[in-house]
Write a protein that binds this ligand. Structure first.
Ligand code: APR
Length: 307
């Protein structure tokens, strides 16, 4: 298993680091345009291998040749948000960057599965899909695991229980219109709605929607990376080990949920072929309306990207 990570910034480098610690990849290649950065970070990580006991070889480079024949490519290249910016504010610049990176990757790793992280997520995944020409099951975006993890972490804090026992899914676009689903959230099998009053659940949902912005507001110099990187690694692991985990991610819809021709956050089975299947949930009217509103927001950004 060879995994390349394009962009050796906060998300990319953290992803490479966690990948190495997990050890399921034989090789991780970090690619970035900044001279010395991917090489330096890659070498530093490799030098930690004798201590961590990982034989995953990490290297860094400014070219794409070393990424050739990757099984999975994670694209994190692009600008990150600063305070006051929405993910959509990154659209023009990141479209150019993701286009360029995808073309370079697709040419050298024609059989790879692409996981996109750059924002605005759903639209950048669409850009990578169009530019690569890959089948839709081999292109996906990382957002749902992150949004769900934020939601689960807030519930664990509120209830003072283990994060492990909270099962939840956040769907829709990766932005203010995302759709957390309290009705389907359980804590060790107990419905969340039996454990918390509506106003507390609403507050957690709102904090989840603004979770990325909360981190940007605190960091001031960039956006979140520990939780995003952990989410990417969970997707890589399910694909690399063909675990067929059911994980929320931005997948291409072909009629599921009554929608088609867009990437949107839905629960999907991730295995050796990428998105093996999109799982459909029966929504109530309120959930359906939120999901549809979210799809409209994604389509608007897709149009603005002019792909
Ligand atoms: N090719 C390769 N790398 C590039 C390119 C390119 N054409 N353009 C920019 N990069 C690199 C930058 O040099 C930088 O090292 O992408 C890296 C981005 O790193 P950070 O600025 O630290 O941003 P990060 O926090 O990692 O976020 C990256 O992921 O979560 C999203 O919104 C976030 O779009 C952003 C992306």
């Amino acid at each position: 298993m060879k995994i390349s990570v394009i962009g050796a910034g906060n998300v990319g480098a953290t992803t490479a680091h966690i990948l190495a610690s997990k050890g399921f990849a034989r090789e991780v290649v970090l690619v970035d345009i900044l001279e010395g950065i991917p090489q330096g970070k890659g070498l530093d990580m490799w030098e930690s291998a004798p201590i961590s006991g990982s034989d995953t070889l990490i290297t860094g480079t400014n070219g794409y040749q070393e990424s050739a024949n990757s099984d999975i490519v994670v694209i994190t290249a692009g600008l990150a948000r600063k305070p006051g910016m929405s993910r959509e504010d990154l659209l023009a610049k990141n479209t150019e960057i993701v286009k360029e990176c995808t073309a370079s990757v697709a040419q050298r790793s024609p059989n790879a599965i692409l996981i996109i992280v750059s924002n605005p997520l759903d639209t950048m995944t669409y850009v990578a899909y169009k530019v690569s020409g890959f089948k839709h099951n081999k292109v996906m975006g990382m957002a749902g695991i992150l949004d769900s993890a934020r939601y689960r972490s807030f519930i664990a804090l509120e209830l003072h229980v283990s994060v492990e026992d909270i099962t939840a899914v956040v769907m829709g676009g990766h932005g203010d219109t995302m759709v957390p689903l309290p009705r389907l959230t359980t804590v060790g099998g107990v419905p969340l709605t039996d454990l918390l009053p509506k106003e507390r659940i609403d507050a957690i949902v709102e904090r989840t929607r603004k979770g990325g912005g909360e981190i940007v507001g605190l960091l001031k110099t960039g956006s979140a990376y520990y939780a995003p990187a952990a989410a990417v690694v969970q997707m890589c692991e399910s694909i690399a080990l063909d675990k067929r985990r059911v994980l929320p991610c931005a997948a291409w819809l072909t009629g599921e949920y009554g929608l088609k021709d867009l990437f949107m956050g839905v629960p999907a089975i991730l295995g050796k072929n990428g998105v093996e299947k999109v799982c459909e949930i029966s929504f109530n009217d309120e959930e359906k309306a939120l999901f549809m509103k979210s799809s409209e927001a994604i389509r608007k950004t897709m149009l603005e990207a002019q792909i």
